[in-house]
Design a protein around this ligand. Sequence first.
Ligand SMILES: *[C@@H]1O[C@H](CO)[C@@H](O)[C@H](O)[C@H]1NC(C)=O
Ligand SMILES: *[C@@H]1O[C@H](CO)[C@@H](O)[C@H](O)[C@H]1NC(C)=O
Ligand SMILES: *[C@@H]1O[C@H](CO)[C@@H](O)[C@H](O)[C@H]1NC(C)=O
Ligand SMILES: *[C@@H]1O[C@H](CO)[C@@H](O)[C@H](O)[C@H]1NC(C)=O
Length: 401
Amino acid sequence: MEANRKTKALLFLFSVSLICLSLSTCHVSAYAYGRRQLRFNNDGRFKILQVSDMHYGLGKESQCADVAPAEVPYCSDLNTTAFLRRTIASEKPDLIVFSGDNVYGLCETSDVAKSMDAAFAPAIESGIPWVAILGNHDQESDMTRETLMKYIVKLPNSLSQVNPPDAWRYQIDGFGNYNLQIEGPFGSPLFFKSLLNLYLLDGGSYTDLGGFIYKYDWVKTSQQNWYEHTSKWLEMEYKRWPFPQNTTAPGLVYLHIPMPEFENFNKPTEMTGVRQEQTCSPPINSGFFTKLVERGEVKGVFSGHDHVNDFCGTLHGINLCYAGGAGYHGYGKVGWARRVRVVEAQLETDQYGRWGAVDTMKTWKRLDDKNHSLIDTQLLWSKNTTLGMNIGFRCPMIPQH
Ligand SMILES: *[C@@H]1O[C@H](CO)[C@@H](O)[C@H](O)[C@H]1NC(C)=O
Ligand SMILES: *[C@@H]1O[C@H](CO)[C@@H](O)[C@H](O)[C@H]1NC(C)=O
Ligand SMILES: *[C@@H]1O[C@H](CO)[C@@H](O)[C@H](O)[C@H]1NC(C)=O
Ligand SMILES: *[C@@H]1O[C@H](CO)[C@@H](O)[C@H](O)[C@H]1NC(C)=O
């Protein structure tokens, strides 16, 4: 009896330590996950395809909004699927980012998991790593935002995370806040450093500020604190021995609901692309843009939400870009093709011809028109521009106030 009890106690201790061991490896590998999975190509490039506002419903049964009347009988969610397949084949991206309103709950779908399976299918079958964040419509069916993200992280080739491993420290708001690190090509000196940092944030859905008027949610202080901490940690890693770098690696943010600063662009001369509707941003400016300017790391913020805006505008050195709507079941504009946005980063070479830091980042859009047009190619950022901004201070240049 006594021996038996001892064995049991030992077995218990053994299993507890096994659990602890596996938990701690889980923690470590969760951190390493985004880090080890993504890497610049051997040609020093990394291409990100942003697909926003698919508003996927029931597949064949879900009709298209805002297409020519003659097209209505032949148009459904399946056209969104076809567009996505076509774009993946032509662009061959290294990562696909679904930036929210991926599915359209709204009392239509009783099985939103099925809608998600169909919506993400072209990405899954391509074998390309992909991630998703949520918009304001995704949870309007039989899953909460938490269960939606828990489902998304388990789909094949999904690098999405419900929240970062250290989220508890920030008591982070929302579901689907995480960071992805893109390392140097294999064989290059910077193969173990992150050369491009992506921040995916949950922009929330609606908020009731009183008066029963629901407004769009904003990026919370907890999320900004997590961003700041992660960004500083990545900067430290980047500047650390071996191969210490002098600057910070560039970063990009993906966030469904545009921040209030997107409202700043109205004249065609201020933007590449078009504004065809008002920016539907949160009623409160929570200061996320200020935080980004202070950190100086993020070069572009990529949103969706407003389907018929597809412009990029620059404010204080940060590009604020819309993707434009990709889905046929969501609203659009007759005669204005559904579209997606691509970002491509290119590395520089050092004096020995080895791959170094990010040199330039470009962006363009792909349309689902007859020609599958590629439009509005623009330089988002180059290393040169940043260096050029370092103007020396001279007193007479500053007028007195
Ligand atoms: C949707 O797909 C069908 C079948 O391929 C096609 O005939 C139709 O023209 C498409 N509609 C639009 C608006 O692209
Ligand atoms: C960092 O700056 C120093 C001094 O300006 C320079 O000598 C060095 O080459 C730079 N290192 C890198 C990786 O750019
Ligand atoms: C498609 O390409 C053809 C041939 O280059 C061109 O004539 C036509 O204007 C293009 N159509 C659109 C919608 O861009
Ligand atoms: C950046 O500067 C280098 C050296 O002056 C030049 O060769 C390169 O073309 C510049 N790149 C851009 C994008 O302007």
